[in-house]
Structures are given as structure tokens and as C-alpha cells.
Design a protein around this ligand. Sequence first.
Ligand code: GLA
Length: 518
Amino acid sequence: MARILRCLVLIASIVFLGPPSTPGFAQSVPELLTPKTPPTPQINGPKVYGVRPGHPFLYRIPCTGTRPMHFSVKNLPASLKVDELSGIISGNAPAEKGEFVVTIEAANSLGKAARTFKIVVGDKLGLTPQMGWNGWYTLYDHPTDSDIRKAADAMIASGMADYGYQFVDIDDAWARKPGSTDAEVGGQVRDEAGNILPNVRFPSMPSLTQYIHSLGLKAGIYSGPGPLTCAKFEASYRHEDADAHQFNKWGFDLLKYDMCSYRNLVKEGNLDDLQKPYKLMGSLLKELDRDIVLNMCQYGNGDVWKWGRQVGGTSWRTTGDLGLAVGDSLPGFYSVGLANAALDAYAGPGGWNDPDYILIGTVGDANNRTAPPKATSLTPEEQYSYMSMWSLMASPLLFSGDMAKLDDFTLNILCNSEVIDIDQDLLGKQGKILRKTSLELILAKPLEDGSIAVGLFNLGKAPRTISVDWKEIEKRGRMQVRDVWRQKDLGKFDDTFGTAVPAHGVVLVRVEPARRKL
Ligand code: GLA
């Protein structure tokens, strides 16, 4: 009888509580740590924006809260206007260099919010890391105009744009493929005047970018300095000037420039050879009458982080493709992230280390590109670690999963306003490695308000307690600690903070001097 009872209790506990967890991975039931955003207005995303004098300006105020929302901006330069309902600021930047501090205000029937926003008219673009989506890891060699429009729609509908996601980037395979007999991608690759032609899957680039802009979002395109892209489509070699002008005329705001076949042209690969094509494209983009940010993709060759900024890069990939990275005991993003983490000295406003995309949610397999995208194999804890690491490293936050299949868990990873604040912080410092052992990683990022974001990462297969001493983060005495994922104050701590961290997981905290009670 007792045995039957025990058996019944076990069956009931499996039905109601789920199966017993694998030792060490106790939290594999997805737990949504990000609290629900309040229905009252909350302004999110970057607090600063760089634009060249007189150039077109477009910014959709990222703001959560129940719609309809009413937006206004105090002290907005006269050449700009804000649409009251959509919160899209547009127009042309002032003609003179300078800083314009404005106050964004948002109000709905439940309340209002205000936030200071600085428009910096000058030479520097990308004063905070880009946020957005890139189509490579879901669309691979088959992107279409309609896929890109749907991704832009989903960026609005999912709420991602309300947290600061803004770029909608086409990757490879929009151009034509030299020598191909495939009716969809073959045919003449350039017109008589040498202008690059899109393939039939992209009937009108100007109409596509206009559509993206009408939503207040920005459009990215892809090419490379060699004759062919990585997927063997037409690229910009010997047509750099024509292509820069064409991308501008079409209305793009970002160019990812991928080295690929250029490697075969420069067998020696000395620094001059590596820099030349990026210098060329960087200076061409600078001369245009619109801002196009340059995302350099040459996998870190020649220590690109040391000179990417000088040749006009706004960000530079520091490693090979994350989708192809294989880990031994840990998934590939850890090794890519760790390689990138060592380069903290080189990142800052206007120039960012780029450790590649955020591959979570429903995502394609880079080793089997024709297979349908499927749910990530990363555990929930690994996904929290991924997003925390990228934010602590002030990395571009470019999601590359399927925008049509965004589930609540994936959105909880991508859209935590306090995690994003760490990535987009005004100081623009990349977090430093404070500790790295086979079981622990600690990254610390100084923030503009004097606090420090600290990520305590457990690299091991079993839960463990990880502690950080204030002296390691150059602080002393009593400090206030906030759990950033849960957006919850944990209390005041003297000299040290220690916490249990799940296997392959993270606890991300913000440490600030304890405020005196008034
Ligand atoms: C390279 C890049 C990827 C992607 C592909 C496209 O592998 O690193 O990010 O752009 O090319 O072919």
C-alpha cells in the first residue's frame, strides 16, 4: 500500500511540477525574469544620438506603455519635428555642429514620463551600439523584400522597437549572382552605367527603405570589398564609389562590408592591404549627404579594433561567425564573447567591438542553411548569460532569429529595459574581465551615473556561489545592489556581494553607493 502511495505521489509530482531536473541544470524550465512593463509610459533605449550637420534625422522614440501615447519634445531644434502619435522625430539635423539637449515627454491616460536626450551634431555616428535585427541567420541565401518588410512590422508589433531596436538589416544575397542561371538571382549584375542591380526578390530598394523609414526604423544593406560576397553574389570591388552612392540613393542607413573574396586578392594580407578597402569605403560614406554607418566585417584580421575607427568603422566584427563557433564544454557564444571581452580598451562612443549576432529564439543552422529554422538549443540560463555578456561588453545588440516566431521567453531576454540601459549607457565603456577561471567569469562595466554593472557568470555544470569584493570594482564601504534581470533591489552590502548562480547562468547586478536616508 505504502509503495502504491509513494508511486502515486511521484506521478502526481511529475504531472504537476514537471519531471525531476537534471542535476546542475535545475532551472531548465524557462523562467521569465524580466518583469512585465507597466502600462504607464516608460521611455527606453539610448540617451544620446549622433548625426552629421544638416543630414536627415530619423528616430522613433522607444517607449513602452498603453497606446494611444502622446509624445512631445522640449527644446527640439527648429529643423526637426516630432509626430505626436507615433513619436517619430524626423527632419534634418541643425547645419552647425553642437549639442542639443532635449526633453522627451510621453503621456497616456495612465500617466506620463520624461527623459533627457542629447542630439550631438558632429562627425561621430553610433554614439551607442546599434540595436536591431539582421536577416542572415534565418533567411540565409533567400531574403526577399517581403521578408524584410515583415521583419520591420514585427519589430514594431512585438514591442522590440519600444525598447530601442531600430535597424532592419538585409544581409547577403540581395544582389545578383554572376554566372548564375537561376531566374531569381541570375542576369546582368550591373546596369550599363555600372550601378549594382538587386535580384528579382527585391523589386524596389527605394520603396523598401521608404517603408522601413515610415515606421521610424532604419535600413541596413550588405556588400564587400571583393568581387563577390561570401555567398558569391556581386560585391563592390572596383565599383566602390558607384555602390556607396547607390546605397545612399536607395536610402540605406547602415552598410555591413564583408571582406570575404577580397582575401583572395591580397594573399599577403599585410596591414595596408587589410586597411585599404575599408579606408576607401569609409571615406566614400563620409562624403555622402546622408549618414550611413559602417559595420566592418573582416573577422578581426590585423587587430581591426586598433584601427577600425580611423578608417570610418562604427563597429567591427572581432571574430569569425558566431553561428559556426563550437564550444567544448560551453556553447560557442562563450568563446566568441570571451575573445571579444579582452578587447575592452578599444570600444567607445562611435566605435564598437562587434562579437556578432544574438542567436536565440527560432534560428537557422549555419551548417545546414536550407534546413528550416528551429528553437535554439541554448538553455534559458545560457540565454540570460549571452544577453548579459553582450550588454556588459557594449556590443551591438542585433538579433538574428526569426522575427515571426518571437515567443515570450525570447522577448524577455531581448527586451529588459535595465539590461539594455547597461548596453546603451552614455559613458560607452566596455566591461572589463575582473576574474576568469574555468568555473567563473566576472565582467564589470562602469556606468555614467557612477554605478558599476557586474555580471557574475557560472561557467560550470553545477550551481555555485560567486562573490565579488568591492575592492575588485574599486569601491569601498556600503553599496546598494540591484538585480538587473529581476529589476529588484537586493539591499545594502558591506565590502562584498555573493550569490548563488545557476549552472551556465548569470546574476547581473548594478552596484551603486548606498544612498543615505533623508
Ligand atoms: C560572412 C559573415 C556573416 C554573413 C555571411 C553572408 O560569413 O561573417 O555574418 O554576413 O558572410 O554570406
